[in-house]
Design a binder for this molecule. Structure first.
Ligand SMILES: [Fe+2]
Ligand SMILES: [Fe+2]
Length: 279
């Protein structure tokens, strides 16, 4: 078994098989990090790829950010959402293209979690809601990567989750000796994502482990659970895990707050459903 696990891990972590990220995207991701690149240069870099900028704008105008006025250019998106959020959006357009139609449930789960995270951040008055929402959009990115690399094995893994009544993270650990949070973190580093996006991806199932960005990690954790509980999309898990104590503490949650959040999230998810079906 150990040998098989190592083999899987090598396949997943083989950087050469991550070529689905086009050169232009790599360039955009590293340019946003580089302070010498101006805002205008980044905008025109994104705008130079028509398909990419159309996709970014579509996501920027999606119901999960609920911007009041339509965002019609990349520079406007950079201004209104912030460069880290745009960086996450650029990456999401590529990553989600990697998913086949059969992973529609995971796409909807991701969109739903991004929406819920935005609502939670706004309601709790946490700054940079758009960036948190983008981290939520990418939170299960590790699942997309594992799925793309190990197609048949992943189907088998999902069956195990169902048969044994375990969580997808437990099944990943048993089969691959790693899980989607670890793979997501690794990919985030490989692609040069900012820490603000990496930490919620890495720690959304273990809020306590998050150190520098615990508040936003707790929001992504909570958003993930509330979306699973609402039955929107499909993350691969049959059971909804409990909200972790650390998240209650960091966000200062109580039952009335949670009830209000659930109500707002569920009504917004109806709009997200329409959006995801026109993809
Ligand atoms: Fe997850
Ligand atoms: Fe999730």
């Amino acid at each position: 078994m150990k040998e098989k696990q190592t083999q899987f891990l090598e396949m997943i972590k083989d950087i050469r098989s991550l070529p689905t990220i086009p050169g232009i995207v790599i360039k955009i991701l590293s340019s946003i990090d580089d302070e010498r690149t101006s805002f205008k240069e980044i905008s025109s870099l994104i705008a130079s790829d028509q398909t990419l900028s159309a996709r970014v704008l579509r996501l920027a105008n999606s119901p999960f950010y609920s911007v009041k006025n339509k965002i019609s250019s990349i520079s406007q998106a950079m201004l209104m959402l912030g460069s880290n959020a745009v960086k996450g959006l650029v990456l999401s357009t590529v990553v989600f293209k990697m998913m086949e139609k059969s992973a529609m449930g995971l796409w909807e789960h991701s969109l739903g979690t991004a929406t819920a995270a935005h609502i939670i951040a706004k309601a709790l008055k946490v700054a940079k809601a758009e960036e948190i929402s983008t981290a939520a959009l990418l939170h299960d990115i590790g699942k997309v990567i594992i799925r793309t690399k190990l197609k048949d094995e992943y189907e088998e893994l999902l069956l195990q989750v169902e048969e044994k009544g375990i969580s997808i993270k437990e099944a990943e650990m048993a089969w691959l000796d790693t899980d989607h949070t670890e793979i997501g973190e690794w990919a985030g580093r490989t692609w040069n994502l900012p820490e603000e996006l990496i930490e919620p991806i890495a720690c959304h199932h273990d809020v306590e482990r998050s150190k520098a960005h615990q508040e936003r990690t707790a929001i992504v954790h909570l958003a993930d659970i509330l979306v699973m509980a609402s039955g929107f999309g499909f993350s691969g898990d049959r059971f909804v895990p409990p909200i972790q104590e650390a998240a209650y503490k960091v966000l200062d949650l109580n039952d009335p707050i949670l009830e209000a959040l659930i109500e707002e999230i569920e009504s917004k998810l109806i709009e997200v459903k329409d959006f995801s079906q026109t993809q």
